[in-house]
Design a protein around this ligand. Structure first.
Ligand SMILES: [Ca+2]
Ligand SMILES: [Ca+2]
Length: 154
């Protein structure tokens, strides 16, 4: 599909399972992948794991997943582009931006649960199935994932 912006710029994307906002395209993938594999898949297609860093984007993607029933096709939620792999408790977006206290967040209750847990270190962030709220999880777990493209996608 195509989107024309007020400035006349036209944004194009031919990927299925994709919703757009201002030439940012969000592709929902329901195949189960580790966080690092999901990251590589998005980057291999010219994108990155999605920066769900605004309420408008969060609501757009959540509604898109809900409307299309994509969360029926995953067991454990969706990876997106936020992690604290480098420094525990310091959450970093795909473009290197560090999450600050004033930024939009959508953590689930009692999340992020942080470091060493029974199922291992939790350093990669998922949107939970159904509730779509954020939860840190073990990066080796396999989940769906959400890619973001800013220069079109074909
Ligand atoms: Ca962590
Ligand atoms: Ca957690």
């Amino acid at each position: 599909f195509h989107e024309e912006l007020p400035n006349g710029e036209t944004c194009n994307c031919d990927f299925e399972n994709t919703v757009c906002s201002g030439c940012h395209f969000y592709e929902v993938n329901t195949d189960s992948e580790t966080w690092h594999d999901a990251k590589a898949i998005c980057e291999g297609k010219g994108g990155q794991l999605a920066m769900i860093n605004k309420a408008s984007v969060f609501n757009l993607v959540r509604q898109f997943i809900f409307n299309n029933g994509y969360d029926d096709d995953v067991i454990y939620g969706f990876w997106f582009g936020l992690n604290d792999l480098a420094n525990e408790g310091e959450y970093v977006w795909s473009d290197g931006t560090i999450l600050s206290d004033d930024d939009f967040t959508k953590w689930a209750r009692n999340q992020p649960s942080g470091g060493n847990r029974p199922d291992g270190v939790q350093d990669c962030i998922q949107m939970k199935r159904r509730a779509f709220k954020w939860d840190d999880a073990n990066c080796e777990n396999k989940k769906g994932h959400i890619c973001e493209y800013t220069n079109g996608c074909f």
